[in-house]
Unconditional design. Structure first.
Length: 181
């Protein structure tokens, strides 16, 4: 049986799918490359390196992933999952976003449909509401809710990338047909 050839759209989206999947795997694997229970309570602030003294002690692979987490995530211990007894380098919401982006690209890669733009944007609303209400009130979301709303937002981001790829493909086709007419 001959392998199915990838469409030009799939060839364009394949590197994004690979990148999102590798990133998710790296984030999930990083805690397992460290001694069990050696990374706890990385709580800090977004946009700052709060844990450089701890990151310097890690192997280069884990250090790179945890450094990116430290720079881009608050890493609050109560809002993070633990693997191998180690706090993950990103919070539950970020983990959900990464998971959703990888799963969304798999779906976009497999289906050739054009999802409605409004539906794609609406996929961001639950995360915005969960995070926004939590920021502005005493409401405290659960890690499962953060993971799920983040995953839905990640799927929406992947579908937005898919829509952009479809629009580029369509504009190239229109340009090619204009030149041949």
């Amino acid at each position: 049986m001959m392998p199915r050839r990838l469409s030009p759209l799939q060839r364009a989206e394949a590197p994004v799918l690979i990148l999102f999947t590798l990133w998710l795997l790296w984030v999930l694997v990083a805690p397992f490359t460290l001694p069990p229970g050696s990374v706890t309570d990385l709580s800090g602030s977004v946009g700052t390196i709060d844990n450089s003294h701890r990151i310097e002690e890690m192997n280069p692979f884990a250090a790179a992933i945890y450094w990116l987490g430290d720079a881009n995530c608050h890493q609050l211990a109560s809002r993070s999952y633990y693997l191998n007894g180690n706090q993950m380098p990103f919070c539950a919401r970020d983990l959900g976003i990464f998971l959703g982006m990888a799963l969304g690209m798999v779906l976009a890669f497999m289906i050739k449909a054009r999802p409605p733009f409004l539906l794609v944007i609406l996929g961001l609303v639950p995360m915005a509401l969960d995070g926004g209400i939590q920021l502005l009130t005493d409401y405290e979301s659960t890690n499962l809710m953060r993971l799920l709303t983040g995953a839905l937002a990640g799927v929406s981001v992947a579908f937005l990338i898919h829509l952009i790829a479809l629009n580029i493909r369509d504009s190239r086709r229109a340009g090619a047909s204009d030149r041949t007419s």
